[in-house]
Design a binder for this molecule. Sequence first.
Ligand code: FAD
Length: 442
Amino acid sequence: MVFVGELLSWGFHGRFCALPVGKHTKGPPANSLSSRKSLRTLSSSFSSPSLRYAVLGAGFAGISVAWHLLKQCPKDSNLKVDLYDEVGIGGGASGVSGGLLHPYSPKGKLLWRGADCFRECLALLSIAEAAICSNGSNSLAGVGDSSSDLDNFLVRRRGILRPAMDMKNFNNFNDNAQNCDPSCSIETIDKDTAWKLAPNISLPVNSAFHMPQAVNVHPLRYLQALFLACQNLGRQLSSTSHTQKDLCLHKKTVQNLIELEDEYDAVIICLGAKADMLPELYGWLPLRACRGVIAHLELPGDTSLESCFREHYPDDTPSVLSDAWLAIQGTRISTDEATKALQELLPKASAFYPGIKDWTFAGAKAGLRAMPPLTAHGSLPLLGCVDNFIGKDTNCRYWLFGGLGSRGLLYHALLGRLTAQAVISCNEQFLPSELTSWKNNS
Ligand SMILES: Cc1cc2nc3c(=O)[nH]c(=O)nc-3n(C[C@H](O)[C@H](O)[C@H](O)COP(=O)(O)OP(=O)(O)OC[C@H]3O[C@@H](n4cnc5c(N)ncnc54)[C@H](O)[C@@H]3O)c2cc1C
């Protein structure tokens, strides 16, 4: 299976205008956090204190936060995490994403905290894999459509090959590769070495970059497995203490934040490109929506072609990243959104893997990325407490974890941990200022 992803169109959600933080409050709260907390403390004063959090969105951001809330919650507290998603686990961009994971920009520069993010993401991937092992191989029944071991992978650790498409591209990447992080090394390789890794790959300037530690994730299986890991953790924590730790998934559209107002100690908004569709946030978030397409391609049902592919594209071959992204995931290919997408994607993909022209189109999926503005550190996710935007006189009650752009997989683990820490401690200082400074301009 191969995914070929590509950007198709850009758009803005609603308005984005500048207003000083705290200037657009909308009147006194119906029920403030302090009154809710004192009620909760009273009712639980003879037992363990209780914490209740709502996490909106079950994509990379939401499930990572849920995991870290469970992990970091004080041992002597009861905890209830309600995870809301209108579609279900991986119902947004995360579920259709290409699963590409490495810490570099397209020019080979290490991204903001790239090495930390990469390491934390690998750790979370291992936690998800361990959950499947402990729950048995059928624990993700219904996810995926194939029975072979290869096609049921969660993380494919075969590295990524990046052909240099012209001399400028080669020189840029080659210079930046000198400063790569050892956790994800970049090797400059010649045509013969590249052909040993990926037979029949086309290399316009006879060179490629190989990232042996880069990985390819099956996003939907990963999210299902991480959700399973959360449930396991909740059970384990409950059985080893006198407290109850629960995670509950609600398949429900959240229309607005007011409907959750009285129930939770904190609400964490992880709605991806739809975050600013909440009426309370509409127009305040500096996000652009960017549509991306994954086309799914298969080898024609001709066994001689299939065995030919197996021969020329063995199972341990790296995936290939260039103007399009070929996620080699077995003997079939997946690419994105119908004929138009295919017309855009195929020429790009066939420039470095000509054999793809023989494959047949099997369907398309699309998703919306929530693109944050460009800063001096690159395009960084938007994090932080958003009480001021909601206009409630609350204290660290509403939080945003959004704007993951094209790198949700890379960022979700580390930033999910930091967000959970900030939420539990009611302290935004746990978040890097680079990720909260967007609020100064909103
Ligand atoms: C085609 C494509 C390919 C990509 N490839 C890669 C890649 O290879 N590597 C990488 O790192 N990133 C990739 N990305 C980017 C990555 O997918 C995103 O950065 C990431 O998914 C964002 O995660 P999220 O949890 O913030 O948002 P989402 O995954 O969009 O999650 C938001 C969730 O909220 C739910 N929701 C929305 N509104 C409501 C509501 N009102 N009530 C209840 N639920 C609601 C949705 O159903 C959804 O499940 C790709 C994106 C696209 C579109």
